[in-house]
Design a binder for this molecule. Structure first.
Ligand code: BV8
Ligand code: ZN
Length: 252
């Protein structure tokens, strides 16, 4: 696979770059996507699980599902696609990863600037008193109730119908507004407002490069589209970018 001449020119002069990622970038880490035929939701109906009312109706079921997913993410590791984005960071003046994923893999791979639009499965808090239950020390001793006040503990993630965290959204919007290039990697581009961000890039004169194993609603409007797995495509693009731009970080 090689980068088309027109995209090479853009990447040679680009200064501010963003990557918008979805579940597809973590598929090769063994984390099921949502809408693929092996997707998480092919077996389970999202209405029953990924929303606040479902949680209040059946906190144990929803909490067990997230505990199950937390275990999957802890057993998984970042894959070459995550590491390619860490490498790519070194070639540009600024590089922001905007992720819809809650699996913590971009941070574990070492990406420096990550906007987690939908939260992070390693973070939890008590609905009653706000006490945090984050990371490995979230020892539930079998219950999902707060040790301080007995309130329900929920994952610190964004369910359907919930607002995105303001600071994360602001970071993402600001990065999209000044991006020369946005790589859109492994997302079906159907969930809003995240799916709006490529339009923000285009409106401000930036270019869209889609990396996916299949067509998506974004494909027609992307400036460049690479059909293939995120780890293979991003590793090759990162290597070519290093050649195009030399190894020195663009600091001017
Ligand atoms: C909000 C966290 C409003 C929980 C998630 C009608 C029209 C437009 C919008 C709406 C509408 N009705 C409702 C809405 C709003 C709704 C929405 O967008 N719904 C959609 C489904 C229509 N959005 C919301 O509710 C958002 N909040 O709008 O608030 C508001 C306004 C004012 C006041 C109050 C409220 C909140 C959205 C966040 C929901 N939370 N997740 C959890 O994880 O359990 S969404 C969930 O989907 C995940 O976060 C996931 O990241 C996200 C998107 O999915 P993808 O990441 O794209 O994954 P998917 O499986 O779909 O696709 C994988 C892709 O990878 C595929 O394309 C595949 O081909 C590709 N792939 C696979 N393998 C590879 C690969 N690519 C490369 N390499 C590979 N190896
Ligand atoms: Zn509490």
């Amino acid at each position: 696979m090689s980068i088309p001449e027109e995209l090479q020119k853009i990447l040679r002069s680009a200064r501010d770059v963003v990557a918008l990622t979805g579940a597809g970038i973590s598929a090769e880490s063994g984390i099921p996507t949502f809408r693929g035929n092996d997707g998480l939701w092919s077996k389970l109906n999202p209405e029953e699980l990924a929303n606040f009312d479902a949680f209040l109706r059946n906190p144990e079921l929803v909490s067990e599902w997230y505990e199950h997913r937390r275990q999957i993410t802890r057993e998984s590791k970042p894959n070459p696609a995550h590491y390619a984005l860490v490498e790519m960071e070194k070639s540009f003046r600024s590089f922001t990863v905007i992720t819809q994923n809650i699996d913590n893999l971009h941070k574990r791979a070492g990406s420096k600037t990550v906007a987690e639009l939908h939260g992070n499965i390693e973070r939890n808090y008590c609905l009653g008193c706000g006490k945090r239950y984050d990371g490995e020390e979230f020892d539930r001793n079998g219950s999902f109730r707060c040790s301080e006040c007995g309130g329900l503990i929920r994952p610190d993630i964004v369910w359907f119908g919930e607002m995105l965290p303001e600071d994360e959204w602001a970071l993402a919007e600001e990065a999209a507004q000044r991006a020369d290039v946005m790589f859109v990697v492994g997302t079906s581009s159907v969930v809003y407002p995240a799916a709006e961000l490529p339009m923000t890039v285009r409106r401000n004169g930036g270019k869209i490069v889609e990396v996916n194993i299949e067509e998506t609603p974004l494909s027609d409007s992307a400036d460049f589209s690479f059909k293939g797995s995120a780890s293979m495509v991003l590793s090759e693009i990162t290597d070519e970018i290093k050649e195009l731009r030399g190894f020195a970080k663009d600091t001017e």
